[in-house]
Design a protein around this ligand. Structure first.
Ligand code: NAD
Ligand code: DAU
Length: 342
């Protein structure tokens, strides 16, 4: 694989993947196809060599542009999406347009040119799990984490459009023989994440002297993975994965939101209760947890960045050192949340 297209490569996880490929696979050229929505930022690709990475600003739902690009590539790694649950509750339309129609356009081009396709998706397609404390044996039994056999049961407009896009991929594999794989990953953290998301929102709140905001009681559990581990997993699946298969990506990082909030505050030398409880998210998923045995045993992948406390400290340092990257958007993001009592 010498030439790959990375859609959404100027967003959070996509740009971290582009950095990963440039660093670890010197013979690969990356074409980033990104619309540069509010979540995309050319600065996320700053410093990367121009002969290795080309940015094409455009929409994945643009048939002509996608056709031209896919015609001359070896693979498409599809990250581009509307990605934020809270936004999808306010206005689902861009989610339907980009996550469903955009994916359809990419699939058709990959079918036409017989190009290898990897679909980046989320654990949210499976809905949510009960809290461990409500499970017999505290949730250590079989069926208490998501696997690739868990039935789809998405909750939000965001996760339902991601679920729909996964199903399109499965149908294109079965009906048209598309050379595709799918991955469903848990919550990522790390540099370049938009400040609308939980961890960077709270870090930048503390840096601005604003009280961090916890939805509801903060009992909801997320399964955190460093974005670098997501990148190595996607590369592994792209190069070693079996066509037609789905792989779940996770690094055993379950934490409830209240604990993460307290970890951030403590790491930033604040009292650990120095936050506000705000209006909960409508339809808020309770718990996500990934069983990544298939990826680990069949493809030999292992996560490297599993010390969450240390990864969180590095992330806090990154937002502290890169105020110019986020400051211009902070007021608008907080004003938008405030309208919802969040
Ligand atoms: P993000 O919102 O930070 O970035 C999305 C990128 O896609 C942006 O650069 C944006 O400009 C681009 N984009 C949006 N619409 C586009 C369009 N129509 N055409 C071209 N580009 C477009 O998102 P993220 O958090 O980096 O997530 C990337 C992918 O990973 C998504 O598919 C998401 O569902 C999936 N995912 C995210 C997480 C997570 O924790 N953030 C976990 C699992 C899976
Ligand atoms: O599980 C993978 C998913 O993780 C991805 O598919 C999504 O693209 C990504 O955004 C993320 O979804 P979440 O909704 O879990 O992430 P978010 O950062 O929005 O919220 C994480 C948790 O924190 C969630 O339980 C809601 C809560 N929260 C969020 C914000 C923004 C708060 O308590 N306070 C906040 O201010």
């Amino acid at each position: 694989m010498k030439n790959i297209i990375v859609t959404g490569g100027a967003g959070f996880i996509g740009s971290n993947f582009v950095h990963y490929v440039v660093k670890n696979h010197p013979d690969v050229h990356v074409t980033v196809l990104d619309k540069l929505t509010y979540a995309g930022n050319e600065a996320n690709l700053a410093g990367l060599p121009k002969d290795r990475v080309e940015l094409v600003v455009g929409d994945i739902a643009d048939f002509e542009l996608v056709d031209q690009l896919v015609a001359k590539t070896d693979a498409v790694v599809h990250y581009a999406a509307e990605s934020h649950n809270d936004n999808s509750l306010k206005d689902p339309f861009p989610f339907v347009q980009t996550n469903l129609i955009g994916t359809y356009v990419l699939l058709e081009a990959c079918r036409k040119y017989k190009v290898r396709y990897h679909h980046v998706s989320t654990d949210e397609v499976y809905g949510d799990l009960p809290l461990r404390e409500d499970l017999p044996g505290h949730g250590e039994g079989e069926g208490e984490k998501f696997t690739d056999k868990t039935p789809y049961n998405p909750s939000s407009p965001y996760s339902s459009t991601k679920a729909g896009s996964d199903l399109l991929v499965r149908a294109w594999v079965r009906s048209f023989g598309l050379q595709a794989t799918i991955s469903n990953c848990s919550n990522n953290y790390g540099p370049y994440q938009h400040i609308e998301k939980f961890i960077p929102r709270q870090i930048t709140n503390v840096l601005m002297g604003i009280k961090p905001k916890l939805y509801g009681e903060g009992k909801n559990v997320r399964d955190w993975i460093h974005t670098n581990d997501h990148s190595s997993a996607v590369w592994t699946i792209l190069t070693k994965g079996e066509i037609g298969e789905t792989y779940l990506i996770g690094a055993d990082g379950e934490e409830d939101n209240k604990t993460v909030m307290e970890m951030i505050l403590t790491a930033m030398s604040q009292p650990k209760d120095a936050y506000d409880h705000v209006t909960d998210r409508a339809g808020h998923d309770l718990r996500y947890a990934i069983d990544s045995t298939k990826l680990r045993e069949e493809l030999g992948w292992q996560p490297e960045f599993t010390n969450f406390e240390s990864g969180l400290k590095d992330t806090i340092q990154w937002y502290t050192d890169n105020k110019d990257w986020w400051i211009a958007e902070k007021e608008a993001v907080e004003n938008s949340y405030a309208k919802n009592g969040q």
